[in-house]
Design a protein around this ligand. Structure first.
Ligand code: ZN
Length: 71
């Protein structure tokens, strides 16, 4: 099952680091939290710098950690 982008207000499915798709800002969310607007570019808010970005559109994507051997 591929990871899909999340929108502001969606529930966070798993703990981890997520990236703001429009600007690349990283933020850590915990499972059960709700995704918020990005504090870097304010996507999902009236102050957003991305005019094409509207409320309800996908914004956050899960950051996949690099695969490495655990010792
Ligand atoms: Zn952003």
């Amino acid at each position: 099952m591929p990871d899909t982008p999340f929108s502001k207000g969606d529930k966070v499915p798993t703990d981890g680091e997520y990236v703001c798709v429009p600007c690349g800002y990283h933020k850590v969310y915990k499972s059960g939290d709700e995704f918020t607007e990005c504090i870097s570019c304010f996507s999902g808010t009236p102050q957003g710098e991305h005019e094409e970005f509207v409320e309800g559109q996908e914004m956050w994507e899960k950051v996949q950690p690099p695969i490495e051997n655990q010792t």
